[in-house]
Design a protein around this ligand. Structure first.
Ligand code: G3P
Ligand code: CA
Length: 362
């Protein structure tokens, strides 16, 4: 038992030591802190979404009270013009849209009014998908508006920032300005438009980064990186369908950016167009449906740092990956498991995620 405890403590000390050592050396720390972004950065991906339905109140309340630096959300716009937090283009995976609005399950979020969205149960799917983490109080939780997400960020003892993505911005012309107006109305942009790192804006789309930069030039922004059509060019033109792979994560794991020059061109473009950081994808040790291309190799992170860009990698939940990627130069993580990342970083939450969920009413 003592040997076991010693081994656990040894691993913990090593993990903290590795983070501390890289803290002293990392240009990413300087870049992050200059932007008012905590380092290493803990970004609660869709909230504490390993333990609660993604992008809903319990997920964000738990992430807030665990101590995440940022609550991450994917923003879309309702038919009547309200910004809401929903990841997928359709409501099929994460709500009971098929039951409430039969025939509209493939319809985009933009075809629903807020009143319609508020009729959907955005929690029961989680209980069915993850029975070992199910909670009866998740039944009937609702889709959140951006205003409601801000209420959560402002409403506790912990005061996380917001890490907001313009999702599928091509479907939502003007969403960047809509976002600015909400943030301004809620006092999240100060007089000269500078929120000192309490908000980070993110997008996969170059056109949306340009519009965000125009709208909110002083708010930190990152360009999310992806290899594929319309994004970084791939070394091989073979598609998933042509590849013969059965599992998408295995296909992504083999995908490489076309050349060093291709990556450098994207980094240069991001820097020239107002980004302070980049968000590259990760190939996870355990794979799974959030395991993508490996865009976090040490030379890639170094190239970002050399251009004055910090690196926030998506989406990482396990200590083995936190450790390896911290050593590779990553400055922060999107994570579904805020509690695990905080433990890895030597900032353990005072309560476990189960206790936190209970304390916020779930
Ligand atoms: O926004 C970073 C990360 O969330 C990108 O992946 O698909 O979960 O939005 P996704
Ligand atoms: Ca996202």
């Amino acid at each position: 038992m003592r040997r076991c405890l010693a081994a656990v403590l040894g691993t913990f000390v090593l993990a903290v030591a590795s983070v501390t050592a890289s803290a002293e050396e990392s240009p990413g720390r300087t870049l992050s802190e200059a932007a008012g972004v905590p380092w290493p950065t803990v970004i609660a991906h869709r909230g504490a979404s390993h333990d609660a339905p993604e992008e809903t109140a319990p997920a964000y309340l738990a992430a807030r009270d665990l101590g995440a630096d940022y609550l991450e959300a994917d923003l879309q716009r309702t038919k009547d013009g309200v910004l809401v937090a929903v990841h997928d283009d359709t409501l099929e995976r994460t709500t009971d849209v098929a039951k409430v609005f039969p025939g509209r399950e493939k319809a985009p979020v933009s075809q629903f009014t807020l009143a319609e969205l508020k009729r959907l149960d955005a929690g029961s799917w989680f209980n069915a998908a993850y029975p070992e983490r199910a909670r009866s109080k998740y039944v009937g939780v609702r889709i959140l508006t951006l205003d409601e997400l801000i209420d959560i960020a402002e409403g506790g003892g912990e005061t996380p920032g917001l890490y907001l993505e313009t999702k599928a911005p091509g479907q939502f012309p003007g969403i960047e300005e809509d976002l600015r107006k909400v943030l301004e109305n809620r006092g999240w942009l100060n007089a000269d438009g500078e929120p000192q790192g309490k908000i980070v804006l993110q997008t996969f789309e170059k056109s949306s980064l340009e519009l965000l930069q125009k709208s909110m030039p002083k708010v930190p922004k990152i360009l999310l990186l992806w290899v594929g059509d319309g994004y970084l060019a791939a070394k091989s033109p073979t598609t998933f369908a042509q590849s013969g792979e059965k599992i998408k994560a295995d296909f992504y794991a083999r995908q490489e950016v076309k050349s060093r020059e291709e990556l450098f061109a994207w980094l240069d473009w991001a820097k020239a167009n107002g980004a302070l950081g980049v968000g590259p994808s990760v190939t996870l040790t355990a794979r799974g449906d959030q395991s993508y291309m490996d865009l976090v190799q040490p030379w890639m992170n170094q190239a970002a740092h050399e251009r004055g860009l910090f690196v926030h990698a998506y989406t990482v939940d396990d200590a083995v990956d936190f450790d390896q990627l911290s050593k590779a130069g990553v400055d922060g993580f999107f994570t579904n498991r805020t509690d695990q990342l905080l433990r890895f970083l030597g900032r353990p939450p005072s309560q476990g995620v189960g206790e936190v969920l209970k304390s916020v009413g779930y």
